[in-house]
Every structure is written in C-alpha cells, then in structure tokens.
Design a protein around this ligand. Structure first.
Ligand SMILES: [Zn+2]
Length: 110
C-alpha cells in the first residue's frame, strides 16, 4: 500500500465529510459506520426535535427580559428554557447575552 492510499484511507475513515478525494474512495457503507446518509438522517431528526426552538431574532427580542432575570438571580433557564437552549447552541446570541448582562450589571453597580 502506498503512502497516498494510506492517507486516503485514513481520511475516508475519520471524516465522512466531502473533500476532493471522497468521490474516488466511496465504498459500501459498513454496518454501524457513520455514513453521510446517516449524518443527514441524524441532522433531519435533530431539526425536527428542535422545531420548537427559537431562532436568533426571537431570542434577541427576549434577551433583555432574560438578562434581567439572570441579573435578579431568578432561575432564568427554568423560566425561559428555550432561550437558554438557544444560548447554549448559538455563539452569536451568547455573545450578545454576555454583553447585555455586562451592561446591566455595570449599570446596577453605578
Ligand atoms: Zn442565535
């Protein structure tokens, strides 16, 4: 086996993602292996389970309220669990949340 084939095998095993060589190394899916089809299926399921989740705009509209709860030591994640879920997944909104929290806290301490 050439080095090149070894490299190709390595990548085709460790990452099913699309790259230039993937066309050439497509093999029959091994039972239990994480194939691209399974990934897509998984992502579709994930999308279904998060159907009730907020989008960024919705979270943004509620962020003031959420931050006030946090600042008041209320259990914000219990009162607004969908906002909390979104903040856990979305870096952009979490950044926004941290900025707002910081602003609110420094406004309070003045
Ligand atoms: Zn977001």
């Amino acid at each position: 086996m050439t080095i090149w084939n070894q490299i190709k095998n390595f990548f085709s095993r460790s990452k099913p993602a699309v790259d230039e060589t993937s066309q050439a190394v497509v093999t029959e899916p091994t039972p239990g292996a994480l194939t691209q089809e399974l990934m897509v299926d998984l992502m579709l399921r994930l999308e279904k389970t998060t159907e009730n989740a907020y989008c960024c705009d919705e979270v943004f509209a509620l962020l003031d309220e959420y931050v006030e709860l946090v600042a008041d030591d209320e259990d914000a994640k219990l009162l607004m669990p969908l906002v909390k879920n979104h903040l856990d997944m979305c870096v952009d909104c979490r950044d926004e949340y941290e900025v707002l929290l910081h602003v609110l806290k420094s406004a309070e301490s003045e």
